[in-house]
Design a binder for this molecule. Structure first.
Ligand SMILES: Cc1cc2nc3c(=O)[nH]c(=O)nc-3n(C[C@H](O)[C@H](O)[C@H](O)COP(=O)(O)OP(=O)(O)OC[C@H]3O[C@@H](n4cnc5c(N)ncnc54)[C@H](O)[C@@H]3O)c2cc1C
Length: 256
């Protein structure tokens, strides 16, 4: 636990007076990464392995069942058959589950981010900073020649609407200008996405009631953080490797 003065000494990029802070919690193990760069790197590795087939630019329309088992999915470019399927359609996972005949408690929670450049000569943001009162996160992102700042937050209950509302972007822009020294005249690179939320904020990882369909979805606001661990658990469970300790905590039918 840090005092306001200790917070400002640790993170000089914050343009605040110590009297505006009550204090902070510093987690030395916390890390920041660029999820787009991570996905590009992962794609590069998988392409080199040559045992992955990419079927891009097609919509999954619905399940194809035979004898109580999922045997294929209908897509905008025809059927795709497989022995086993993993349901990981983000906030749209519950719609697919409904078509498969079961209820999946995953709801879209819309959030926004902007990516801005710091004002020239301003101290560089060095840590991921969470403003608990505004419920916003400020994180440094290494770009080619400089460090950009990504500001993320906001939770709107809007079913499957991914249009960017300029008023929500403005909230992030104003908060960034208050807390950090940013280049307000520059481009703010707005983005919005739907967090696939579950009622208890834990993902759902496990076999579905429909044979042949495994669920790895509902990671809410921590989908990237949890991605590799969830993928490991998914692969092990499908391979029927010894059960993961705590796997029951992520099952569809878990105790509340
Ligand atoms: C503003 C914001 C900030 C965030 N910050 C963080 C963070 O700092 N750290 C963190 O860990 N997480 C963060 N998250 C959460 C993270 O983005 C999500 O948890 C994560 O993206 C969920 O991954 P997913 O693969 O389950 O779903 P998605 O990323 O939603 O991917 C689902 C995919 O399925 C595809 N799909 C859906 N329906 C169909 C269909 N019918 N046919 C074909 N394809 C389909 C979609 O196009 C999409 O590509 C943030 C989210 C938001 C909105």
């Amino acid at each position: 636990m840090l005092t306001p003065v200790e917070c400002l000494a640790l993170e000089p990029a914050l343009q605040l007076d110590a009297s505006e802070l009550v204090g902070g919690i510093f987690t030395a193990s916390e890390q920041v990464g660029d999820c787009a760069a991570f996905c590009e790197g992962l794609t590069f590795r998988l392409r080199r392995q040559r045992n992955v087939e990419w079927l891009l630019g097609m919509d999954v329309i619905g399940p194809v069942r035979s004898g109580g088992r999922l045997v294929a999915v209908d897509t905008s470019k025809g059927q795709v058959q497989a022995d086993r399927f993993v349901l990981c359609m983000g906030a749209a996972s519950s719609t697919f589950a409904r078509a498969c005949g079961f209820y999946l408690p995953i709801y879209p929670l819309k959030g926004y981010s902007i990516t801005v450049a710091p004002a020239s000569g301003a101290p560089v943001l060095r840590h991921s900073v969470t403003d608990m009162e505004r419920k916003l996160v400020f994180a440094p992102l290494a770009r080619d020649a400089h460090t950009a700042i990504r500001i993320a937050g906001i939770a709107d209950l809007e079913r499957n609407n991914t249009t960017i509302d300029a008023r929500r972007v403005d909230i992030l822009r104003r908060a960034s200008a208050k807390l950090l020294c940013i280049d307000t005249a520059g481009d703010v690179e707005p983005w919005c996405g739907l967090r696939p939320m579950t009622p208890d904020s834990r993902p759902i990882i496990g076999w579905s009631p429909l044979d042949g369909l495994f669920i790895n979805s509902g990671h809410g606001m921590l989908g990237w953080t949890l991605a590799c661990g969830s993928a490991r658990m998914t692969a092990d469970m499908i391979d029927r490797k010894p059960s993961q300790s705590g796997a029951g905590a992520f099952a569809l039918r878990r105790a509340a």
